[in-house]
Ligand binder design. Structure first.
Ligand code: SAH
Length: 398
């Protein structure tokens, strides 16, 4: 490895890094201009040139790098990656041994000690997610670790950083024996079709596992369910398997329809008994209101930010409005599942959106339960924004 580069921390942020904050933001450090090559090792120093922490340079949508160690003498080499990954794998033994789940997160970025990289497991296939060119420069070490300590069918990867029009692998295959997709993974006994070779989204978001389970086990039986921003319909599958009278899945992406049909089919559910609608959710609310339709269970899981032909939706700005639309088509004593993965606000603010929406609609409510990230999405208290997922089960009262 080439030599480590000293970067002085802006004095305002010294104590933040000393307390353990792992994300290096541009405004927290001086002389970033000396950083040329992504992947370079940085030593953060204070105004007296005293060592604070060691990390790497890598430009992400958030930050310009991550702290990796507070030990000045520690080398960022193969052994470093091996220890971190081994530790993460040890923590997930209960997942590796689970009889009815074989899709989960093995390594969760900064939560497992290396920001900018995650590893997911799908029934013997590993998926590496690289969030910057900087961390991508350590790919060889990471693959060597997997080769040495794990058995696998194949490794795939997603480069989630700007590759500036350069060559991007068309099927994201790295090593092993190419899979035949979809593979069918199991989650708490449910089946999900997964494609590791077809773009950034693989068919299922693993972080909603606990929410899918509770929908199936506690909330769906005999219910008329509306699943908005439904993507491949994962929540609809859980609801149908939980005995829902009917599910309606709404997403504006055309391919969501065939994807949802596939997810129903791999679970032995007759999709023709379900509604799958390709439509803008906000138009669907208007349509449902016009038809005076009401649902017992309404699931809201919008992206943090979406731009469609007609409008832009930002969960930080527009969630209250979305909830109001949902409230208007939810039965009395029905449940709204409100979910957001927006890391820029916390649970408190999210609950404020809920409170505001119900107040403006002049309707009472009760929060029945709440969820954050599941156990395999390990987070660190030093980086609370890493626990981005917030899900509330809200009962509409009178
Ligand atoms: N709830 C899904 C994940 C949602 S991903 C799950 O559990 O798997 C976000 C989805 O929202 C995408 O499929 C996208 O096509 C859809 N989407 C974004 N804006 C939309 C809009 N205005 N109306 C309907 N769908 C929208």
């Amino acid at each position: 490895m080439s030599k480590e580069i000293e970067i002085q921390v802006n004095s305002k942020f010294e104590s933040k890094f000393l307390k353990g904050y792992p994300l290096i933001n541009k405004d927290m450090v001086h002389n970033v201009a000396v950083l040329k090559r992504e992947g370079s090792i940085i030593n953060l120093i204070d105004r007296n040139r005293k060592f604070i922490a060691k990390g790497y340079y890598g430009i992400q949508n958030k930050g310009i790098g991550w702290v990796l160690t507070r030990n000045k003498g520690e080398k960022i080499d193969y052994l470093f990656f091996k220890n971190k990954i081994q530790e993460a794998i040890d923590k997930r033994q209960s997942f590796f041994n689970a009889p009815d789940t074989n899709a989960f997160r093995v390594f969760n970025g900064e939560g497992d000690g290396i920001g900018g990289m995650t590893i997911d497991f799908f029934d013997g296939y590993y998926l590496l997610n690289w969030y910057s060119e900087g961390i991508y420069s350590y790919k060889e070490q990471v693959i060597r670790v997997l080769d040495e300590i794990m058995d696998y069918k194949a490794i795939y990867e997603k480069k989630r950083f700007d590759t500036k029009g350069k060559y991007i692998d068309d099927d994201d295959f790295v090593k092993g024996e190419r899979g035949e997709f979809p593979i069918i993974v199991k989650e708490n006994g449910m089946n999900y079709a997964v494609y590791l070779n077809d773009g950034a989204m693989v068919g299922i978001f693993l972080d909603q596992r606990d929410v899918r389970k509770v929908i199936r086990d506690k909330y769906a039986n005999q219910k008329n369910v509306l699943n908005t921003f439904s993507y491949t319909g994962a929540f609809s599958i859980a609801a149908a398997l939980g005995g829902a009278a009917k599910t309606t899945s709404v997403d504006l992406a055309k391919r969501s329809k065939s994807k949802t049909i596939e997810q129903f089919s791999v679970n032995g559910i007759d999709f023709e008994q379900q509604d799958i609608v390709v439509m803008d959710v906000f138009d669907y609310f208007k349509y449902a209101n016009r038809k005076e339709m009401k649902f017992d269970l309404v699931i809201l899981d919008p992206p943090s930010f979406a731009r469609s032909k007609k409008r832009t939706f930002s969960s930080a700005k527009d969630y209250t409005g979305l909830l109001k639309d949902a409230i208007s088509i939810t039965e009395k004593n029905g449940i709204i599942v409100a979910s957001t993965n927006n890391a820029t606000f916390g649970m408190k603010k999210f609950k404020n959106f809920v409170d505001q929406a119900f107040k403006e609609m002049n309707v009472k409510y009760q929060i029945k339960e709440s969820f954050g990230l599941p156990e395999d999405f390990h987070t660190t208290k030093d980086f609370p924004e890493g626990n981005y997922l917030k899900v509330l089960f809200i009962e509409k009262r009178g």
